[in-house]
Design a protein around this ligand. Structure first.
Ligand code: PMP
Length: 402
């Protein structure tokens, strides 16, 4: 007999609590930015993916408001019915131009794009070869597709080549994040593109954390690596990070994109995103493309943070991106550090299993172009107080800031 739903859910909650994995959402009041009010406390925000500081940019908000006044709030239908507005069409053309592909197709979210694209292109008897640290949405897309999933060692092109070569029959897709969301490091994109090409496999890159930050005009890590559509035929990215809006897209050759439009269930069976949001995203794309000053400032802040953290002897990761994790190990260590930072006015997320592997819990620090030097220095001082001064007797080898 089926148990009562309430009893089932209580047991599930007990299990989450027993594993010390119960999470509470913070309530943010007001705008997103380098400082925010979270649960009533004003703090400096180092856990945002708003890499260029566009999420609360007045020009984007104006475009959203102006467009809502003319096109309303809802798109009222899926794209293939009546949900595809001229604002979406213009956004898609601008995105394709930005990343140098024939066509782009907008989805409501990056999650929906990744799940929809992979499950549209692959099926039973096919193969997905995937980096061990790929985003959950790529993993879920592979699962939904019914293709066999082969996981290669993180950022290890030789292992990817071997696993690709071992796939028997069917179509094969090699897929990777460009910048890994919890580690901040970068996939060997050129090597992966080469080996996929040499083996006649398809190659997809999720450039969610690279778009806007790297490459000419911020066109992403795929563009930075100089990979055209022959080398990287499927480029995916979200509009909810550096572009400062929401939504996502896949870009590629026209026939590839048309096939995805005709068959991706997460798009076909879902209401199109609000057209006014597409208008705001168009402004975000335009500002991101013209955002060299923001990118330069962000790169300077990344270098400043890394220098300071290294001087302190903190466990700095091999990352040149705005994602700068400090891997602390135990879940309790990450949680206590995050609490200590918040007590000092710095909001930094503690990332724990199942998001990362057991024993690799971490602080995930993200820098944005909205921050200034004083905020980065303040964070470093708070890290020193929390990770070094308060554990002076513990084993961490640490130096003080000169
Ligand atoms: N891919 C990666 C690498 C991500 O980090 C994320 C978001 N965290 C997504 C896809 C999903 O994008 P969205 O938030 O737009 O659903």
């Amino acid at each position: 007999m089926t148990r009562s739903l309430a009893a089932h859910c209580r047991d599930r909650l007990d299990a989450v609590r027993a594993a010390d994995r119960f999470r509470r959402r913070r309530v943010i009041e007001g705008a997103h930015g380098p400082t925010i009010v979270a649960d009533g406390q004003c703090c400096v925000n180092f856990c945002s993916n708003d890499y260029l500081g566009l999420a609360a940019e007045p020009a984007l908000a104006r475009r959203l408001a102006d467009a809502s006044n003319t096109v309303g709030t809802g798109s009222a239908a899926s794209q293939l019915v009546t949900g595809h507005n001229a604002e979406h069409a213009a956004l898609e053309a601008e995105l394709a131009d930005w990343v140098g592909r024939e066509r782009a197709l907008v989805f409501a979210t990056g999650y929906a794009a990744n799940v929809g694209v992979i499950s549209a292109l692959l099926g039973k008897g096919d193969h997905v070869v995937s980096d061990a640290l790929n985003h959950a949405s790529l993993i879920d897309g592979a699962r939904l597709s019914g293709a066999a999933k082969h996981v290669y060692a993180h950022a290890d092109a030789a292992d990817a080549a071997a696993r690709l070569a071992a796939c028997d029959g069917g179509n094969r897709l090699l897929v990777t994040d460009s910048v890994f969301s919890m580690d901040g490091d970068t996939a060997p994109l050129a090597d992966l593109a080469n080996l996929a090409g040499a083996q006649g496999a398809w190659f997809a890159v999720d450039d969610a954390h690279g778009l806007g930050v790297f490459g000419p005009e911020g066109a992403g890590r795929v563009a930075e690596a100089g990979l055209g559509s022959d080398a990287a035929p499927l480029v995916l990215a979200t509009l909810g990070k550096s572009v400062g809006a929401a939504g996502a897209f896949v870009a590629g050759d026209a026939d590839v994109i048309e096939a995805i439009l005709q068959t991706a269930r997460s798009l076909i069976f879902s209401t199109a995103p609000p057209p006014a949001l597409a208008a705001a995203a168009r402004e975000g794309v335009s500002q991101a493309r013209a955002g060299d000053d923001r990118r330069r400032h962000l790169m300077r802040l990344i270098a400043r943070f890394r220098r300071g953290a290294e001087q302190l002897g903190l466990p700095v990761a091999a990352s040149d991106s705005p994602i700068q994790p400090l891997v602390l190990g135990a879940e309790s260590a990450a949680l206590e550090a995050s609490d200590g930072l918040l007590a000092r006015g710095y909001l930094v997320g503690a990332i724990r299993p199942p998001t990362v592997a057991p024993g690799s819990s971490r602080l995930r620090i993200t820098l944005t172009a909205g921050h200034d030097e004083q905020q980065v220095d303040g964070l470093l001082a708070a890290l020193e107080a929390v990770l070094i001064d308060s554990t002076a007797s513990a084993a961490m080898p640490a130096k003080r800031l000169a």
